[in-house]
Design a protein around this ligand. Structure first.
Ligand code: ADP
Ligand code: ASP
Ligand code: MG
Length: 407
């Protein structure tokens, strides 16, 4: 007998038939003799709709009220799945974040999980009851509902698996596992049998939304056995695991993209200590997450430019915050572009193999795609390009690194 967490994403619970199908899958797992906790997302599209409604009233809405609104999608699906399970003879009950309780910090709309008081859940699991848990939500220190950022149900599932010491955390989604790149834009993308935690972390943070980045970091830290698989087919998925266990050793494991980036350049800044600190403190105070940063070398040590990238949705806030600093920092101009994509090539083999950057840059230049900013980590190379070229870049790189072929 094992204790298993099964997480079902939005497409897997998109309508009543799919919820009934999920109930059958849970039942099979229970009948195999397992204790089962299920984490569910809202029905596909419903969180987007809720976010949109909050924005329509006020784009700068109170984050606590935003959480009250956007957490409701999961309240519907946990209740429906519990009913579907009861109907087919499986003992089940629903749990909202505050009922567990799943405690978070106070950063409403992007809260971090601080603790899960899992005693009640464990008791019920031991009595043979299925726990159907609302993903994405918790309770903040102010006693109000919090949410974990978009895609946060993955993190709820992994955190729960760690808290109840589950033997496995299975993330059921609408594709058969983790692929060499997003199978929706590259039909030749290949499903990976396994991927290292480190590579998955880089893939997720570079835009592969199949797992929320925080869920991967948490699984790595708490040694949660993590698997991504389809709720629509019975084929084996992808295991996310430690590097020692990794058999596949291709040059590159995957290509990720994020097509919703923006870029800002602060032109003509005085080249002296403290200027960058002022810019990035102003952005941090506005809770803006900055991604890549480059400062150009100044030929005369008088003036310099700083360029950074950020999520497109944050651009307006960033421009407002920096415009306020124009007189104090005495910069010449603020230039921004909201049509930017980030393309990343990822693989632990980069530590030992050379020529990966060379091939990446050659491919992009052959396709006449201009690289605007480049950044590297030990196992990743990322470039910013014009967003219109996203698919062309991903497909050309996938072909060039022969990711459709197994080593
Ligand atoms: P869920 O609602 O189940 O959480 P998501 O939409 O959040 O599902 O994540 C699954 C989607 O992630 C897939 O439909 C796919 O388009 C996208 N995706 C992006 N990159 C990858 C990748 N490398 N492998 C698999 N899926 C990916
Ligand atoms: N429903 C939430 C979202 O759409 C959480 C999740 O699906 O993981 O972001
Ligand atoms: Mg998701």
């Amino acid at each position: 007998m094992a204790r298993i967490v099964q997480k079902f994403g939005g497409t897997s619970v998109a309508d009543i038939d799919r919820i009934k199908h999920v109930a059958q899958k849970v039942k099979t797992c229970v009948e195999a003799g397992n204790q089962v906790a299920v984490v569910v997302s809202a029905m596909a599209g419903s969180t987007n709709q809720l976010v949109e409604w909050a924005k329509q009233i006020d784009p700068m809405h109170d984050a606590r009220e935003y959480d009250t609104v956007v957490s409701t999608g999961e309240q519907i699906t946990v209740g429906l799945l519990a009913i579907a399970l009861q109907t087919i003879g499986v003992d089940a009950r629903s749990w909202l974040g505050w009922q567990i309780p799943l405690l978070t910090d106070d950063v409403h709309s992007a809260a971090r999980i601080e603790d899960i008081k899992a005693d009640q859940i464990i008791d019920r699991l031991e009595q043979g009851q299925v726990a159907v848990i609302a993903g994405f939500q918790g309770i903040a220190p102010d006693g109000r509902i919090s949410t974990l950022g978009r895609g946060g149900s993955d993190t709820s599932a992994v955190a729960l698996a760690a808290a109840i010491k589950a033997d496995r955390c299975d993330i059921y989604t609408d594709v058969e596992g983790v692929y060499t790149t997003d199978p929706r834009i590259m039909p030749k993308a290949r499903k990976l049998d396994s991927i290292t935690f480190e590579e998955m972390l880089e893939m997720a943070s570079a835009g592969a939304k199949v797992l929320q980045t925080r869920s991967v970091a948490m699984a790595m830290r708490h040694h949660v056995k993590l698997q991504v698989l389809s709720s629509f087919t019975d084929t084996p998925g992808t295991l996310v695991q430690n590097e020692e266990k990794q058999m596949e050793k291709q040059k590159v494991s995957g290509i990720a993209y994020s097509a919703e980036e923006a870029k800002v350049t602060v032109v003509g800044l005085p080249d002296k200590p403290g200027i960058a600190a002022k810019i990035f403190s102003a952005l941090a105070e506005t809770h803006i997450n900055v991604d890549m940063i480059v400062q150009s070398a100044s030929p005369d040590s008088q003036k310099t430019d700083i360029t950074f990238s950020l999520a497109r949705s944050e651009l307006e806030k960033a421009v407002t915050a920096l415009t306020r600093l124009k007189t104090e920092l005495a910069f010449v101009a603020l230039v921004h572009d909201d049509n930017i994509a980030k393309i990343s090539v990822i693989g632990t083999a980069m530590r030992t193999q050379s020529g990966i950057a060379k091939l990446m840059f050659e491919v992009l230049s052959e396709k006449k795609i201009n690289m605007q900013v480049i950044s590297t980590s030990e196992i990743k190379i990322s470039v910013l390009i014009q967003a219109d070229y996203t698919e062309l870049a991903v497909r050309s790189l996938h072909d060039a690194f022969e990711l459709d072929k197994i080593d």
